[in-house]
Write a protein that binds this ligand. Structure first.
Ligand code: H79
Length: 463
């Protein structure tokens, strides 16, 4: 036992030493922190994947193309000349920008991010850099982004644009279209075989410039899959953004450092972190609309993911995939509205809160060496409760009824009082041997998620 303790102590000392030697990698950047203020407050955003791919909706010539809806051109190896013809059929007569913004607001979402151009290369906005855009190439002829930007301005909603800077399957110089234009690089993985620079300078950079010039204030630009994006090339985009709109955030997938970290698609980290970050996630199993995907997550699942992410210091960018007609599928809209109703009562536990000062509640790493689907050490999540913070307050959100008196994790601060957030009903605290417990009335007030606010002495939890 003593030996074990000594070994543990040595490990701790050497870890501390290692940390002390590592120079702090990022000096504080006040301009960046200022840009991030609204983002850290917002917590919850609506991602919208909408483009020509909504028409085939996961099929090509009656054949199912497995995978993500917006990848249909790639998965079914549709030649540019064929795929392009979709533009002549794009006529979303039911699109109503105000309704989409209203839905985001009803859902309790504080920002929206829409695909301005996905990997298929089709621009959902008027562009002088390429005629392959919604105004010049479709019978619809109206600028989608302009309508959404105007609606967002009317409703006080922040709007960001997804832009696929690297992959562009429509252009011979863009990355990703191997079926029409061959591989991007030689087998060495380095030697570039396409006129990628011409594509960047001729289309991608001018279009990003258009996005930052023609639509008013842009909350953020969401770059993706930085193939062949060297730091120098990434910097050209960053410079464009900073020059045209210094307040615009850059996500974590540009290819050079952005303003915050983007996790992998649908990946929620196991632990909390202090830097700003965001999980982009699907509400079913696709981003772009697929007729065959009705695997909607439930409101309870969405509420858990939201509070889980917020309790780890992150933001949740939750996607919807509108149909070719311009309708956000009713089942997904209903899920969002249900979570929105919960947020109207319990939003104080979410918006602008800080992460958990504890962490044991997230779960535990398996001690058996098992690996997850990504080959990473397996994490066994616990899902009973999560906690968020404000100065002097802890918000415990329960997703299932605690079977025993709930023990507040050990902290030095004195606990003052507790109450349910939804109806302010007092919750009785019991302190014994330095541990404070409370009983949550059963059945829980809200079976989906019930929040108990615990007030404590001081501003910050001291452990
Ligand atoms: O926009 C959404 C995705 O289309 C995009 N990121 C989110 C936000 C994305 N681009 N690439 N990826 C995600 C990774 C691609 C994974 C896959 Fe596939 C696409 C798996 C199946 C289809 C590539 C093609 C790997 C296998 C086949």
């Amino acid at each position: 036992m003593r030996k074990l303790f000594a070994a543990g102590f040595l490990v701790c000392v050497s870890l501390l030493a290692a940390r002390a030697q590592t120079p702090s990698p990022k000096p504080p950047d006040p301009a960046k922190e200022k840009r991030l203020e609204w983002f850290r407050e917002a917590k919850y955003g609506m991602f919208i994947h909408w483009g020509l791919y909504a028409i085939p909706a996961g099929e090509w010539n009656g054949r199912r193309c497995l995978g993500l809806g917006e990848w249909v051109m790639n998965r079914c190896q549709v030649p540019v000349k064929e795929y392009e013809k979709l533009a002549a059929r794009f006529d979303p007569v039911k699109f109503n920008a105000d309704e989409w913004v209203q839905l985001a607001q009803d859902a309790g979402m504080k920002y929206m991010v829409i695909t301005s151009k996905h990997h298929d290369g089709f621009a959902m906005f008027k562009s002088a850099a390429s005629p392959y855009n919604v105004v010049d190439a479709t019978p619809y002829k109206k600028d989608i982004l302009k309508q959404l930007a105007d609606a967002c301005a009317r409703h006080g909603m922040r709007l960001g644009f997804y832009y696929s800077q690297s992959q562009d399957w429509h252009e011979p110089g863009g990355a990703g279209n191997t079926w029409d234009f061959g591989p991007d690089t030689a087998p060495d993985g380095k030697t570039e075989l396409k006129k990628y620079e011409d594509y960047l300078r001729g289309k991608a950079e001018p279009q990003v410039k258009e996005l930052l010039t023609n639509y008013g204030p842009v909350a953020l630009i969401w770059f993706d899959t930085p193939r062949m994006m060297t730091p120098e090339r990434g910097q050209r985009f960053a410079d464009l953004v900073r020059t045209l709109q210094p307040a615009t955030l850059i996500d974590g997938r540009l290819g050079t450092e952005g303003d915050y970290r983007s996790t992998g698609d649908n990946v929620i980290p196991a632990e909390a972190s202090a830097e700003a970050w965001e999980t982009p996630a699907t509400i079913n199993d696709t981003w772009g609309f697929r007729r065959d995907d009705t695997n909607w997550k439930s409101p309870g699942q969405i509420a858990f993911k939201l509070v889980d992410i917020v309790s780890k210091g992150g933001n949740y960018l939750l996607n919807v995939g509108p149909t070719a007609e311009g309708v956000i599928p009713q089942p997904s809209a209903e899920v969002l509205r249900t979570v929105g109703r919960w947020l109207r009562v319990n939003g104080e536990a979410v918006y602008g809160t800080g992460p958990s000062p504890f962490g044991d509640e997230f779960g535990e790493w398996t001690s058996r060496g098992a690996k997850d689907v990504r080959g990473q050490k397996l994490f066994l999540p616990h899902t009973e409760w999560r906690v968020t913070t404000r100065p002097g307050k802890l918000y415990f959100t329960f997703f299932s009824e605690p079977r025993a008196p709930f023990e507040i994790p050990v902290m030095k601060n004195r606990v003052l009082r507790a109450y349910r957030l939804a109806d302010k009903a007092p919750v009785e605290l019991k302190t014994e041997g330095g541990r404070t417990t409370f009983l949550l009335e059963r059945p829980m007030l809200d079976p989906m998620a019930t929040v108990v606010v615990v007030e404590f002495e001081g501003q910050k939890v001291e452990r």
